[in-house]
Every structure is written in structure tokens, then in C-alpha cells.
Design a protein around this ligand. Structure first.
Ligand SMILES: Cc1cc2nc3c(=O)[nH]c(=O)nc-3n(C[C@H](O)[C@H](O)[C@H](O)COP(=O)(O)OP(=O)(O)OC[C@H]3O[C@@H](n4cnc5c(N)ncnc54)[C@H](O)[C@@H]3O)c2cc1C
Length: 359
């Protein structure tokens, strides 16, 4: 279709399973709460509508961006194409494995539009373990595999059995098992092949018996403060939610996307050299022989914790979190992010990589 045909194509119209909003504000659609507009925003409630919508967008020459809860996206400009916001719902235990055996687990299927934290609590209420340390992470189930969400010593990839996705190259729904998802630290096949896969649902294999992971960042102390002597999964989720609420700015009042930078992975030799220069630098050896550094420590040591440029700032609660104090634009947040990157590079020779999708 040429430009004239595209321009004369009929506009998107709300249909079964989806609602169209033209020239829509995205301010309330991302947790950064920066002003931006989408030429077309489509809330999708039935995934069956997606292939047709993608075909229509392609016919009009309009680029498509997929969004869940918008908690890991920074819009630095308006989006001239189509934003598909996945709101599909559905939770199901699709397979029960024998109770009381070493394989005692359940296979749970969750639709992409389910809210992650609600899903975590649903699994715990069903006596399933594993996701308790990932409580209170904002966003949707469908986005969880994208950057292999992780917190408090647990990554979601460990529990993913398979991901169902619409492959825009093959124009077909595909099933990708855990190995095919290629999960790594804040990374996966989906992040590397950005835009190719629209995740429709995720299968999680969740055990009924599994030791709790408590040795991380104040979890035991929080349980003690709560007066919990023999914690179960729900107490752990509650304790972690309390710690997170204290440590991280609340996106409802202060726009942010959680950690803005990944913890950098460097060679063991480079980490050792840095340690020689900065005795207090935290270095976490990795299974593959490399070393992970604390991005928060690097930023804080550059004196940037609490730094503010207009309404764009580095949180004074957590140096890894960039915040919108109210009136910042996405471009201003991105300028601040680049300033942080430059300071850390100049002082430590380490390149910080952003975690959210920057549009
Ligand atoms: C306060 C706060 C705390 C956070 N803490 C953590 C944390 O502890 N650990 C952590 O890992 N992350 C954390 N995050 C980041 C964020 O919550 C996660 O990355 C989450 O998975 C994003 O979900 P979302 O639905 O909001 O995705 P969005 O922000 O809407 O999208 C994120 C990316 O996924 C893509 N995407 C979304 N849905 C789909 C889909 N169905 N199919 C294909 N692509 C899709 C988008 O195109 C985009 O590239 C935090 C964010 C905030 C605001």
C-alpha cells in the first residue's frame, strides 16, 4: 500500500475484543507519568483480535508498540503509530502433578494481561511456591518474561515452563519452552528480538514444596519485625512488599520505572582492578566467571543520589531509580539518565545500560 492508500484507509474502529482511542494521552498509561500521546491506542481484551489489528496497522504503514502496565517504558516523544495495550485475562491450573511426590507441582497458565502482583498472590493462595519473592513488582504477566523480572534472589525464568506468543515474523502463535526463551539477567529472547513476539500467555511450573529464600536484603529482619517466627510464603510476600514499599518511591505519587539501570556485568579482571582502586565497591562473582557490580553504588559514589534537574531526579531513596517529581518530560528524564551514564563512565569506566524500553 502506498502513502495515499494508507492515508485514505478507514480509521481503526472499535470491534469485538478491543477498544480504539485516537490521539490518546499516555500519561496515565506509564508509571513515569510523562506527557506523550499515541496516534492510536488500542486496549485489547481478546487476543484473537491481535492478528487482524497487526495486519491493519501494517496496511496503514503504522508501527506497533505493545504495552502492559507501562511500568518499564519511558516515552521521550509522541508515538506516531499504534500502541496495543494488552488487557487479556485468564488464570487456570492446567495440570496437577502428583501430591507428595518430588514432582509435586502445578502447571499454571496466566493470560498476558493479568496483573503480576495479583497473580503472585493467587498462586500463593493455591498453595504454590516460588513467586513469593517477586511480590509487588508492578506490571503484567505478559511482560514478566521480557526482562526476566527478578527481585530478592529470584528470577521469574526459573518458574516459566513455556511462553505462548504471536510471532510477527511467522504470523503464527508459537510455544517457546524455557530453554528457547534464553533467560538471563534482566534479559531474554523477547528483549533481544524486541517487537517480534507478542506474548499471549505464560505457563508456570510451581512447586508445592520448596525451601523459602530468606537470606536477602533484610527479609529475615522484616519477618522478625512482623513477629513471624515460622514464615510461610504469604508472610514472605508480605514482608518483601513492606520492605519494597519503604525502599522504593511509590509510582502513584512519584513517577518512576523502578531501577533505571541494570547492574553492570564485567570481566573478573576488570572487577578486581576496580576493587584495587575502590576497596568498598560491591562485587558479586557470577557463575560464568564474570562479575556483577552494583549500579546503585556507582551512582551514589558519583554523588548523584538525590540529584535533581528541574522535575527530573535521581531518587533520594534509591540511587538506581530515576523519578519524575511531577512536571518532567520523558526527554528530560532521558537527559538525566545520560548524565548519570556519563558520570559513571568517566569515574569508573563502566557503561550503564538502561533497563526500561526508551521510546
Ligand atoms: C516501582 C517499580 C518497581 C519495580 N521493581 C522491579 C523489580 O524488582 N524487578 C524487575 O525485574 N522489574 C521491576 N520493575 C520494572 C517492571 O515492573 C517490570 O519490568 C514489569 O515486568 C513491566 O511490566 P509492564 O506490564 O508494566 O510492562 P510495560 O512497561 O508495559 O512493557 C515493558 C516491555 O515489555 C514489552 N511488553 C509488555 N507486554 C508485552 C507482551 N504481552 N508481549 C510482548 N511484549 C510485551 C513492552 O513492549 C516493553 O518493551 C519495577 C517497576 C517499578 C515502577
Amino acid at each position: 500500500m502506498n502513502d495515499r492508500d494508507a492515508a485514505s484507509a478507514p480509521p481503526f474502529v472499535t470491534g469485538y475484543g478491543y477498544t480504539v482511542h485516537e490521539n490518546a494521552s499516555l500519561l496515565d498509561r506509564t508509571t513515569f507519568r510523562v506527557p506523550a500521546r499515541a496516534a492510536t491506542l488500542i486496549d485489547v481484551h481478546e487476543f484473537d483480535a491481535v492478528p487482524g489489528l497487526l495486519a491493519e496497522a501494517a496496511q496503514r504503514g503504522r508501527e506497533v508498540l505493545v504495552c502492559g502496565g507501562g511500568s518499564n517504558v519511558l516515552f521521550t516523544r509522541d508515538w506516531p503509530g499504534v500502541v496495543l495495550a494488552l488487557r487479556t485475562r485468564g488464570l487456570d491450573i492446567v495440570e496437577q502433578h502428583a501430591a507428595g511426590t518430588p514432582g509435586d507441582a502445578a502447571l499454571v497458565r496466566a493470560a498476558a494481561g493479568e496483573i503480576w502482583d495479583d497473580f503472585v498472590h493467587w498462586t500463593l493462595a493455591h498453595g504454590l511456591r516460588g513467586l513469593e519473592n517477586l511480590a509487588l513488582i508492578p506490571g503484567s504477566v505478559g511482560a514478566a518474561p521480557i526482562q526476566n523480572i527478578g527481585a530478592y534472589g529470584v528470577e521469574v525464568g526459573e518458574f516459566v515452563d513455556a511462553v505462548y506468543a504471536y510471532d510477527r515474523t511467522a504470523n503464527a502463535i508459537v510455544r517457546l519452552d524455557r530453554a528457547a526463551c534464553a533467560f538471563a539477567y534482566r534479559d531474554s529472547l523477547f528483549k533481544r528480538e524486541n517487537g517480534r513476539y507478542l506474548i499471549t500467555a505464560v505457563d508456570f511450573l510451581l512447586p508445592r514444596a520448596r525451601p523459602l529464600k530468606l537470606d536477602y536484603d533484610g527479609v529475615r529482619e522484616e519477618l522478625a519485625a512482623m513477629g513471624v517466627v515460622e514464615p510461610d510464603t504469604r508472610a514472605v510476600a508480605h514482608a518483601i512488599s513492606r520492605v519494597r514499599t519503604r525502599k522504593l518511591p511509590d509510582p502513584v505519587t512519584t513517577g518512576n520505572a523502578g531501577s533505571f539501570f541494570k547492574n553492570p556485568i564485567v570481566s573478573a579482571d576488570f572487577a578486581a582492578a576496580l576493587k584495587g582502586l575502590h576497596a568498598r565497591i560491591p562485587v558479586w562473582p557470577q557463575a560464568d566467571g564474570q562479575a556483577k557490580l552494583s549500579a546503585a553504588w556507582l551512582i551514589e559514589t558519583c554523588g548523584l543520589k538525590g540529584f535533581r534537574d528541574g522535575d527530573a531526579g535521581v531518587s533520594d531513596q534509591h540511587a538506581l531509580v530515576l523519578v519524575n517529581y511531577g512536571g518532567a518530560s520523558g526527554a528530560q528524564i532521558w537527559t538525566l539518565a545520560r548524565h548519570v551514564q556519563q558520570c559513571v563512565l568517566a569515574r569508573f569506566g563502566v557503561a550503564l545500560e538502561p533497563e526500561p524500553l526508551v521510546v
